[in-house]
Write a protein that binds this ligand. Structure first.
Ligand code: GAL
Length: 347
């Protein structure tokens, strides 16, 4: 694997942003020091044509002008916390409700997606580090976060480590929007999705899980066999209608590193297989992407459902749902998770 870097631009506050490009065989992936954003991932389609399979932008200003977390790392806590209320030990804290004033979302007003990370080239990957000060976005404890991107010919992996000086919340994820037809190819409706999970966590009207764990059996959430995204995303099944499509946490069976999901594009043959050791995965079909997004890479026009996300994570809203695994890292412990995105082509 080879890694090169170049300047990418400057933030509105004058901070320089670098782009690191990892190349291995005929695959390459670019990562920004802004938000640890995966800015591109180019792989050959079944005819060998290079195809960039993640949505992204060509300028820092475009990333700063959108609020869809495109390609970014998420922290300290991915997804929603109803009313912004967390409990760590005996103490309750109230965090900013940056999601329609009702939930804390993806780490708050200025989450890890908008921070500048410190990059170090390792022999086998790109290391990004961010020191989140005690009290940042209302969270207790100074949290030292490391994310390592690695690219082998067919697998892009993100490994996270974190340590805190006080017990705190830690639930790190990544918010790439994949489009296996190529980032500029429009809706992902005809692409196929399979999620290796029997259960998911239904949402309340605030789009945060209720605490219930439901079976996928007999519902549009049953993706155990591959189906087109558009077979289910406009269903009038209450949970789909509520979220405007898929925007739910699935619970892959078992623990440790295991299969989570597979998606593929019939046109390009490009297939993505996700494995992780996290407790859950949010399948999000880009229902909130809008045509007023900044112009995408190479003048691409992005709109609703032009990408899908598979955000490996702790189950959302865990603080209001005591039976859910709690995303707490204790002082002195090391938080450690890994997610692998493996590329292949089907004939
Ligand atoms: C997803 C979340 C969606 C939406 C999106 C960002 O992770 O599940 O509801 O908030 O992030 O636009």
């Amino acid at each position: 694997m080879k890694i090169v870097n170049e300047p990418f631009g400057v933030t509105a506050q004058g901070q320089p942003v670098e782009r690191y490009t990892l190349t291995d065989g005929n695959c390459s992936a670019s990562v920004l020091t802004l938000g640890g954003i995966l800015q591109s991932w180019t792989v050959p389609d079944r005819n060998g044509a290079p195809t960039d399979i993640v949505l992204g932008f060509d300028s820092v200003g475009a990333y700063e002008a959108q609020d869809c977390y495109i390609g970014a790392l998420l922290g300290r806590c991915a997804n929603r916390i109803a009313d912004g209320r967390i409990t760590v030990g005996q103490q309750t804290y109230t965090l900013a409700c940056n999601d329609n004033g009702i939930n804390h979302l993806h780490g708050g007003m200025v989450g890890f997606d908008r921070r500048i990370w410190k990059a170090t080239v390792l022999p086998d990957g790109l290391q990004l580090q961010y020191e989140s000060p005690d009290g940042e976005e209302g969270y207790p404890g100074r949290l030292s976060v490391t994310a390592i991107y690695r690219l082998t010919q067919d697998t892009l992996s993100i490994e996270f480590f974190a340590q805190s000086d006080k017990d705190t919340v830690c639930n790190l994820s990544s918010h790439s929007y994949f489009n296996l037809g190529g980032h500029a190819s429009g809706s992902v409706g005809s692409q196929m999705i399979q999620v290796d999970a029997d259960r998911y966590t239904p949402l309340a009207s605030n789009n945060a899980p209720t605490g219930e764990v439901a079976s996928v059996e007999g519902t549009p959430f049953d993706l155990r066999q591959p189906v087109r995204f558009d077979a289910g995303w406009d269903s009038d099944f209450t949970q789909i209608a509520l979220a405007g499509g898929y925007d739910h946490n699935y619970i892959p069976a078992g623990d440790g590193l295991r299969p989570f999901a597979q998606a593929s594009c019939p046109q390009t043959g490009i297939t993505l297989t996700v494995t992780s050791d996290m407790p859950g995965v949010q399948l999000y079909t880009g229902n909130f992407l809008r045509d007023d997004l900044p112009e995408g890479k190479q003048h691409a026009k992005y709109d609703r459902r032009h990408g899908f996300c598979l955000e490996t994570q702790f189950w959302p809203n865990a603080f209001a749902c005591p039976d859910f695994p709690q995303p707490i890292v204790h002082a002195g412990e090391t938080y450690h998770h890994i997610t692998n995105y493996r590329y292949s082509v089907c004939p």
